[in-house]
Design a protein around this ligand. Sequence first.
Ligand SMILES: Cc1cc2nc3c(=O)[nH]c(=O)nc-3n(C[C@H](O)[C@H](O)[C@H](O)COP(=O)(O)OP(=O)(O)OC[C@H]3O[C@@H](n4cnc5c(N)ncnc54)[C@H](O)[C@@H]3O)c2cc1C
Length: 198
Amino acid sequence: MALAGPGSQAEFMASRIVVLGGGTGGTLAANRLRRQLAADDVITVVDRDNQHLYQPGLLFIPFGGTAAEKITRSRVRQLHAGVGYCESGADYVETDARRVHLEDGTVLPYDVLVIATGAALLPGETDGLAEATGRGEAFTFYEPAGAVALRDALAQFDGGRIVINVVDMPIKSRWPRSSSASWPTGISVGAESATGSS
Ligand SMILES: Cc1cc2nc3c(=O)[nH]c(=O)nc-3n(C[C@H](O)[C@H](O)[C@H](O)COP(=O)(O)OP(=O)(O)OC[C@H]3O[C@@H](n4cnc5c(N)ncnc54)[C@H](O)[C@@H]3O)c2cc1C
């Protein structure tokens, strides 16, 4: 199958494209590929849930500008016609066999794999931040529960000092710097069949 359309230079044999992660990146990649690839090329997006969160909107929750449900949409409805969807966590990838194993037991063979599983917050990478968050003294608006907690804390704030801290970049991270053992998105990738644990 050939990539078609303006600006395309690559030609590759591909008929099964699996996209891991139905966030902004995965959704855009799948929809653009759908426009460019032939109709008999199969595109499948995999995500754990059907709740697409528009992350930049989180900034407005602490100030009452919006609510989490208003910035959340069905992932499936963001995908163009002709893009398939599997709702399950991706467990592990067998790169030699070109197969993705999902947590629900489904096995998806692929010719091309797009990994768009995003990044995770790692408050433990900043000394004391996780503890202060647990005590209700520090807040992050980078995920819905934190944005709501900050909104509630600001509503009760009656004076004092507020410190705004941008933690060390990257603010989200694919790999914890202190450990090479785990990947926040929970997928293990290997040439040999894995045990399923990650
Ligand atoms: C407060 C805030 C403000 C922002 N403002 C801006 C801005 O102004 N401009 C801008 O460009 N960007 C902004 N961003 C960043 C932008 O939102 C992100 O860069 C973007 O959403 C990342 O998209 P992504 O597809 O890489 O990851 P995500 O959208 O996080 O998607 C990753 C997906 O992978 C899925 N996933 C992960 N692991 C697995 C697994 N094992 N199995 C199945 N599914 C899995 C997750 O469920 C998730 O749906 C902002 C972010 C925040 C939080």
